[in-house]
Design a binder for this molecule. Sequence first.
Ligand code: GLN
Length: 538
Amino acid sequence: MTKYIFVTGGVTSSLGKGIISASLAKLLQARGYRVTIQKFDPYINIDPGTLNPYEHGECFVTEDGAETDLDLGHYERFLNVPTSQANNITTGRIYQNVINAERQGAYLGKTVQVVPHITDEIKRNMRMLGNSGDFDIVITELGGTVGDIESLPFIEAVRQFKWEEGANNAIVIHLTLIPFLAAAGELKTKPTQHSVKALLEYGIQPDILVCRTEHPISQDIRKKIALFCNVNVNAVIESRDASTIYDVPLLMMKEQLDKTVLSKLKLAQKNEPDMESWKEFLGRLKNPTSEVRIGLIGKYVELPDAYKSIIESFVHAGSKNECKVKVEYIHSEGIYPDNAHEKLGHLDGVLVAPGFGSRGIEGKIDTIKYVRENNVPFFGICLGMQCAVIEYGRNVIGLEGAHTTEIEENCAHPVINMMEEQKQVTEKGGTMRLGSYPCDLKKGTKAYAIYGRTHITERHRHRYEFNSAYLQQYEDAGMVASGINPESKLVEIIELKNHPFFVGGQFHPELKSTVANPHPLFVKFVAAAKEHAKKVSN
Ligand code: GLN
């Protein structure tokens, strides 16, 4: 029988529910339980695919091609288990399902209402992963903050769910903030008391409180919180600010969050969590023997959350290389041929980021010309790879006016153009080439050396592709298509022969990098940057 843990948030947003959920899941997994995490988001978009990255950060794409919240990236990076569409549900999707059913007459003449129809649909989705039989424990993170109008149906669904499953089968962990008032020199518990009261008003008594704080919480404060919020003292968990999110599982282990959860759920403690390889990862991360500076060239650089998975992939690859990776966010809009050296000359490697639309694209192309000519390691992801193709066409092959038809539909040389199956598409949501596709690597290429095998799969999110009509010209000029989709024959990886590291992928390798499995492209890119740094200092 599956057990359920709900994670709610109070007082303020951005307390790190996703990291707490992922950390708890990691500890339970490390004790031998099969755990998954799902996120329910209260907004009305069917999924975050149509959201501008400035709104909620990166859109994380799963193996099955779902466009999801970036917290799913944390779940995968911590657990090393893929998620799917079932792991991310929005208010929009719930309503869409209910309204579709209503149109089909499924409610047999009843008035369709928030309670019970919307809440029933929420509960059905909450049980979906548990019913698959693949998991002992399902952790459900509720987006938003308790008290928000839009999360009310989810909170009501949790209340019903707890009542239906029974106290030992479904518990609620409430994440709150204990602010420190500098003037008074005190930690304050009142906001926590109030947010628990708000939950109680909706009929939910939280079982465990995880308290975000900048300072240690004394035993006295724990007792006070316990007394006023009706929880055991050992169910008041301190969550101090950490220097890296990867510390949080160990901090939660020290606070015995996993033990408290298991005893509330009446589950066996099994073994102590086996966190050895996690600790080794952290040890390498915190004791680097070298340092590199990597430029991340993009147009959403004001909001690093827009590149969350890329940044975390560098953390994994840095640890693997025992190398501190300092990522510098550089706006592509400000880069031109005459200032490229000034902007990029100090870097040991350059990653040109994914993206959509015309803003900043010429700066990306100028960046690539600079790193290609100056032998700086280059890694292009999706739009970054497409820009590398455009740059090579314009500046090496001599295809004047080479471009992507995304920006210039009638350009002289459409070296990147829309995929055939995309041409009929009119709806925006969920219609790109999404999710996992196979790719065959050519022996003798850099890509093959990096992966060490010929058959790989990677996740995609795009509408445009390398135009194969130009393939021969590119290969004759030294740009190799080292990865090809075996069925559609789409070019998935390009690389240069006479360059220390110049690789572009049409897919998103950052979506598959985890603590247990750092992505080989990132690992080898950081290694190449290390080599570059050594060369420069010599
Ligand atoms: N805009 C490009 C396309 O749709 C690249 C997308 C991306 O970088 N994810 O093909």
